[in-house]
Design a protein around this ligand. Structure first.
Ligand code: KIV
Ligand code: ZN
Length: 500
């Protein structure tokens, strides 16, 4: 009764964030980690939208066993058939079908009548039900819909077999009071809601998505939808790590629990950030790098004397360990494998060998290797696994009185391509050489560099956003040399554009 189910849509709503384009392998990596985190439902994608999305949902449905695997579909036959096909091998499949329910969207976008929408909702739930038992129905833009019509839709969906009704605040307009009241009013007006899971899906346009979801929980909702790191359309969705930690930290207030293994939160956040290219805001609740950093003298003094003076969550609870130095130059293959196992990674021999090679290279350049370094290497390996162009070598010449030049050597299907170019600076030169070698030019929208750990020998983590053929695409690269990290990030973005 008191369990709140967490429905993760990082791979669907999250992937709709500008510039994110994940390969099937990357999506599977994230889905595996979401399963380890204890997520109840993974919305793996929207299969009708592309062959790539279909393949990713199919692969996740086949390989990720514990959570329910959901596929999204509009309330039309073709979408539902495609979603059903994609999840047919799942142990616990769910079809999630949705239709616009506010007059604003029905009239201006869908150009239908309310009666037509009601008919479509009923037909789509029935069709989904003919494939799977578990069917979720969402009236999109519920918070701006006519209440009477919303009740009709929800009631009809339940009558026709929906096992979950989801109430989305699609445009992030509601306030917590309003949203909590909407859920309470729906329960009163549609008693059948007591027989199904009642879900909420809140967007963060006004920064209230977490508060809105909690207000819904206080009024009877039993499932919260969201994403890791709050990714998603526009300002994003409810950050699930926030919901999990609020319900955990304030258990007495809410009296609810989730299935989340909180110690996996930090690692999940880093993996999602690394593979999507979306860096986490430093002061982001729970997973920002400053979330547990105390800088004021008074606070530091307090925490040193007694942690609870200024810390409401023990960082270890979200998987941030205090001593993170793990391996060094002399560590061998066996120790490396063992350590990966303690971090939860079981790599096939070939991948282990590649990761070990990267680790040894890093150990030559960096004296202390931490878990975060190792995770960064592994994520870099996943990112580059299915690339069209692989970066083999770069050489850069630069000085205060010389024009920077760079040579890059790339490999594509066994063919080696080497080009040299100049630029305004070293990064510009290396990117120009890549443009020349691949024949693909991207307009630079943003460039960011961060360090994975502290220390002058830290690995640089570069995120680049390009616009290629009118579409934004993110790339990321990691290396102790930030010029090499930049080259990898630029090439990663080009590879993604070529694969999407
Ligand atoms: O924001 C929204 O309404 C959605 C639906 C598809 C649930 O993402
Ligand atoms: Zn959404």
């Amino acid at each position: 009764m008191n369990q709140i189910y967490l429905f993760d849509t990082t791979l669907r709503d999250g992937e709709q964030s500008p510039g994110i384009s994940l390969s099937t392998r990357e999506k599977l990596e994230i889905a595996d980690q979401l399963a380890k985190l204890g997520i109840d439902v993974i919305e793996a994608g929207f299969p009708i939208t592309s062959q790539g999305d279909f393949e990713a949902v199919r692969t996740i449905a086949e390989k990720v066993r514990e959570p329910i695997i959901a596929a999204l579909a509009r309330a039309v036959d073709a979408d539902i058939d495609r979603a059903a096909e994609a999840i047919k091998k799942a142990e616990r499949p769910r079809i999630h079908t949705f239709i616009m329910s506010s007059d604003m969207q029905i009239q201006n976008q869908l150009r239908k009548t309310r009666e037509e929408v009601l008919r479509m909702a009923i037909d789509s739930v029935k069709r989904a039900k003919s494939y799977v038992n578990d069917v979720e129905f969402s009236p999109m833009d519920a918070t701006r819909s006519d209440f009477g019509f919303l009740c009709k839709l929800v009631e009809a969906a339940i009558e026709n077999g929906a096992t979950v009704v989801n109430i989305p605040d699609t445009v992030g307009y509601a306030t917590p009071d309003e949203f909590g009241k909407l859920i309470a009013d729906l329960f009163k007006a549609v008693p059948a809601m007591n027989d199904v899971i009642v879900s909420v899906h809140c967007h963060n346009d006004l920064g209230m998505s977490t508060a809105n979801a909690l207000a819904a929980v206080l009024n009877g909702a039993t499932q919260v939808e969201g994403t890791i790191n709050g990714l998603g359309e526009r300002a994003g969705n409810t950050a699930l790590e926030e919901i999990a930690m609020i319900l955990d930290t304030r258990r007495k207030t809410f009296g609810k629990y989730t299935n989340i293994k909180t110690e996996e939160i930090s690692k999940t956040s880093r993996l999602v950030s690394s593979l999507t290219g979306y860096q986490v805001q430093f002061n982001k609740a729970i997973v920002g790098r400053n979330a547990f950093a105390h800088s004021s003298g008074i606070h530091q003094d307090g925490v040193l004397k007694e942690r609870s003076t200024f810390e409401i969550i023990d960082p270890r609870r979200v998987g941030i360990s205090e001593s993170s130095l793990v391996l060094g130059k002399t560590s061998g293959r066996h120790a490396f494998r063992k350590h990966l196992e303690t971090l939860g990674y079981q790599l096939p021999d070939e991948e282990l060998e590649a990761a070990f090679g990267r680790f040894k290279d890093l150990a030559d350049k960096k004296s202390e290797i931490t878990d975060m370094d190792i995770e960064a290497i592994l994520a870099d390996e996943v990112r580059t696994a299915s690339e069209v162009y692989a970066l083999e070598y770069i050489h850069v010449c630069s000085g205060s009185d010389t024009t920077p030049t760079a040579t890059v050597r790339l490999r594509k299907n066994g063919e080696v391509i080497e080009k040299t170019s100049s630029g305004d600076g070293q990064v510009d030169a290396v990117c120009n050489a890549i443009i020349w070698a691949t024949g693909v030019k991207g307009n630079l929208i943003s460039y960011n560099v961060n360090s994975i750990t502290g220390g002058l020998d830290a690995q640089g983590d570069v995120t680049i956003q390009l616009e290629i053929k009118g579409k934004p695409v993110m790339g990321r690269g990691v290396s102790t040399d930030i010029i090499e990290a930049s080259a990898k990030a630029y090439l990663n973005a080009i590879n993604k554009a070529l694969c999407s």
